[in-house]
Ligand binder design. Structure first.
Ligand code: CTP
Ligand code: MG
Length: 227
């Protein structure tokens, strides 16, 4: 395929505190990883590379084959690294030769609708180097020191970054080869390499399951709304 999705699922889930890797924590009868993959496989056809925690590659493959349906031949599983950036690099190394567009997606954003994948792909297809789904910032944000408020930051200049973040494959590969430090996300890494990243509409359902409260929110959402 011309498109690939790297689903990074190799984190330990410290902040969720579920006693095991976050990707395998249940939302309902299905795990966070399974929910993420169901939506990935409902998006346009792509190679799907799951980056799993060391020792859990087999579990990740089982989940992926169940979610893939007739797309099982498009699934690969690789072992993650110590940081998210290292995990993405492992995923990049597993891409097939014909892939031209790469989306990098957090498994922890388990309820991200397939339409977001479509918007990101359409943006790269239209000639952009990178695409980042964002949501407006609702809170008033202040620049502060340890003790003092400096000033408010203009909300119109801010956005909350989500995934899947999409890139031309050649640009993402080159940016990762040249990365000499840890970046907050792939858009920052590609931006630092000198490429423009275009903004597309994110979705509130793409929130990242980070804390126990986020998991509760995911549970009530799947209990009340299908996909
Ligand atoms: N991730 C990864 N490899 C790592 C760290 C993170 O693949 N070494 C993935 C996570 O599995 C997750 C996504 O990157 O899908 C976003 O990371 P985060 O929400 O921080 O997950 P964790 O690192 O697992 O959580 P925590 O930081 O609370 O330990
Ligand atoms: Mg983390």
């Amino acid at each position: 395929p011309r498109i690939a999705v790297i689903v990074v699922a190799a984190g330990s889930g410290e902040r969720l505190g579920a006693g095991g890797p976050k990707a395998f924590v249940g939302i309902d009868e299905h795990t966070i990883l399974r929910h993420a993959l169901t939506r990935v496989f409902a998006a346009p056809e792509a190679q799907v590379v799951i980056v799993a925690p060391r020792g859990r590659e087999g579990d990740a493959l089982t989940e992926a084959l169940e979610a893939a349906g007739d797309r099982r031949d498009l699934v690969s599983v690789v072992t993650g690294g110590d940081t998210r950036q290292a995990s993405v690099a492992s995923g990049l190394a597993a891409l097939w030769a014909d892939v031209e567009i790469v989306l990098v997606h957090d498994a922890a954003r388990a309820l991200t609708p397939p339409a977001v994948f479509e918007r990101v792909i359409a943006t790269i297809d239209s000639g952009r180097d990178g695409a980042l789904p964002v949501l407006p910032v609702v809170d008033t944000i202040k620049r502060v020191t340890d003790t003092e408020v400096l000033h408010a930051v203009d909300r119109d200049e801010l956005a909350a970054a989500q995934t899947p973040q999409g890139f031309r494959r050649d640009i993402l590969d080159a940016a990762y080869r040249g990365a000499d430090r840890e970046f907050t996300d792939d858009a920052a890494l590609v931006g630092a390499a000198g490429h423009g990243v275009f903004v597309v509409a994110g979705d509130p359902r793409s929130f990242k399951i980070t804390t126990p409260a986020d998991l509760e929110r995911a549970r009530s959402l799947v209990a009340t709304s299908p996909l």
